[in-house]
Design a protein around this ligand. Structure first.
Ligand SMILES: NC(=O)N[C@H]1NC(=O)NC1=O
Length: 184
């Protein structure tokens, strides 16, 4: 089988045993190693996209309370953990890249109020892929999404979690683990 050389091949990933695999990819979805644990049994993988698809298929197959549970594992954007510099390393990088760790007092007040209104309305945190947004767009997104219905927000939050998952996956496998292969 000829592989597309532009597709990163996680050749080394297929050699990891269960513990090593979960250790490496356990946080591709925040504090939810069960995703990596489920993905492991879908080996072998022929591309990073394959790994991501296995994660997304697992997430999509969860019942509604499972999806809500995954969303609840994400720390608030610019929330208490961020302000106290107690986020995990992935979240710290993501929130920093969006400018959420250096907010003005007014921006911090606005985002705190919106996070709280959102949680009161939906019972889940507002989840968005911070690395693909800047703080202005995030604030606008919060103001818009708060008008949606709960079902729509669970769907949107999960789609954002999948984007976060993809970027974390790429990070976790680069540069040392990614082997571009021309033949399998
Ligand atoms: N609430 C939320 O979206 N949290 C996050 N998003 C992201 O990209 N990193 C996070 O920690």
């Amino acid at each position: 089988m000829i592989e597309d050389p532009t597709v990163n091949h996680p050749g080394e990933l297929n050699k990891l045993d269960f513990e090593e695999f979960v250790e490496k990819l356990g946080n591709i979805v925040e504090k939810s190693p069960v995703v990596a644990a489920a993905v492991w049994s879908k080996r072998p993988f022929y591309s990073l996209q394959d790994v991501h698809k296995a994660a997304c298929d697992f997430i999509d197959g969860l019942p509604m309370n499972g999806k809500e549970g995954l969303l609840r594992c994400f720390p608030d954007l610019a929330g208490t953990l961020a302000r106290e510099r107690r986020l995990g390393s992935e979240s710290t990088g993501e929130q920093r890249s969006a400018g959420l760790l250096e907010l003005t007092t007014e921006e911090q007040t606005n985002i705190t109020r919106l996070n709280s209104r959102y949680k009161t309305k939906f019972g889940i945190p507002f989840v968005l892929c911070a690395r693909l947004n800047k703080k202005g767009a995030i604030l606008r997104g919060m103001k818009t999404r708060i008008n949606n219905c709960r079902e729509e927000e669970i769907k949107t939050g999960i789609e954002e979690a999948k984007k976060i998952c993809w970027l974390r996956l790429v990070d976790a496998l680069q540069p040392e683990q990614v082997v571009v292969m021309s033949k399998l």
